[in-house]
Design a protein around this ligand. Structure first.
Ligand code: KG4
Ligand code: ZN
Length: 332
């Protein structure tokens, strides 16, 4: 069978990324232009600035990706782009650019759900991984326990009722004086501390999550005790949030009788979370997959991979594709 080359575009937040992926799993190039240095001075992503930077960068990032892969536009078979969820102005840049490319090259356009993209990052790293499996998507905007039935069908088993876990990490980091994005800084500082501070954990009858309670508890504690040991606070926050993730995931594994689970999204780069899930896998004798660090956070290779599987399933978009900022997983 002829190889299928997908060009993927990601612009849902503060990374302008273009990747070229062969047959859904082999990355030829994955160029990521991050705007972190720009947004850092504001303590978080400024949507208007993000859109402008995407516009400035997208064409050059695409040309650079083609050069790196030693290909030209005519070698591309599919154009895939994130169309939601995300910041509307940022998404529109990628969607508009992808539509123009698809029209000019006369090649199919495939709109990709960003969360489904995060899940697909695992296909790139693990050639043997095939659905069904359970996936815990933990990122700056999302916290979902998803049953991946096949490459294009998903069932949400649980999700956050308030803050996404990454949002809580970034907020906690900000109040204790760590720079945006706070997740990696908490990860590092926690290694110097002990999880000796009791923080509230929230559980429901179903598999939903809540991280606003623990976030507020840390903010109050830091306010009341400004000299509190920050490393201990980070270690305790990491432990309590991970306990909640493990609790629900373990229940879901038992309910669904799955034999493999995957982690996905920026927060799955966290070293403590990776270690605890590895332990869980050993305890339950199931396979635990997590993508390499570069594929955990936002990148276009995962979008190209998910786009390829959408294409194979006949899910092709029209030139009327629009950005959908609050797109839900499994929604078309
Ligand atoms: O997946 P992502 O790049 O963007 C979204 O789709 O939201 O995730 C970004 C989030 C941020 O909240 C960031 O602080 C968090 O992932 N993050 C981490 C780590 N690396 C990134 N959180 C905890 N530990 C890390 N090592
Ligand atoms: Zn993301």
């Amino acid at each position: 069978m002829k190889d299928i080359i997908t060009l993927g575009i990601e612009s849902s937040c503060d990374e302008t990324s273009v990747a070229i992926v062969k047959n859904g799993r082999e990355v030829l190039t994955n160029v990521i232009n991050t705007q972190i240095e720009i947004h850092k001075q504001f303590g978080g992503v400024v949507p208007e600035i993000a859109s402008r930077k995407h516009i400035e960068n997208i064409s050059n990032v695409t040309k650079f990706a083609l050069k790196e892969a030693n290909l030209n536009f005519n070698d591309i078979d599919i154009v895939a782009c994130t169309y939601g969820p995300g910041l509307v102005g940022a998404l529109l840049v990628g969607v508009g650019y992808a539509k123009a490319l698809s029209f000019a090259l006369d090649k199919p356009l495939v709109g990709v759900n960003h969360i489904e993209g995060h899940i697909a990052a695992n296909y790139i790293n693990f050639s043997e991984l095939e659905p069904p499996f359970l996936c815990l998507v933990i990122s700056g905007g999302h916290t979902h326990l998803v049953y991946v039935k096949n490459y294009t069908e998903f069932e949400i088993l649980g999700k956050t009722r308030d803050d996404a876990i990454g949002e809580a990490y970034d907020k906690v980091a900000r109040v204790i004086g760590l720079e945006y994005p706070g997740g990696p800084k908490i990860d590092k500082l926690a290694k110097e501390g002990q999880a000796n501070i009791k923080l509230p954990e929230t559980y429901f009858d179903n598999l939903d999550f809540s991280f606003s309670g623990i976030k507020t508890a840390v903010l109050n504690l830091n306010h009341k005790e400004p000299n509190i040991n920050k490393a201990d606070l980070c270690a305790s926050f990491e432990k309590a949030t991970t306990d909640m993730l493990i609790n629900n995931t373990e229940k879901a594994i038992k309910n669904m009788k799955v034999e493999k689970i995957a982690l996905a999204g920026g927060v799955s780069a966290n070293s403590y979370i990776r270690e605890k899930f590895k332990d869980l896998g050993e305890k339950l004798k199931i396979h635990v997959y997590y993508p390499e660090l570069k594929l955990c956070t936002d990148n276009a290779a995962m979008i190209a991979s998910a786009g390829y599987y959408n294409f194979i399933a006949g899910r092709i978009s029209g030139l009327d594709l629009n950005a959908v900022p609050n797109l839900k997983i499994g929604e078309i």
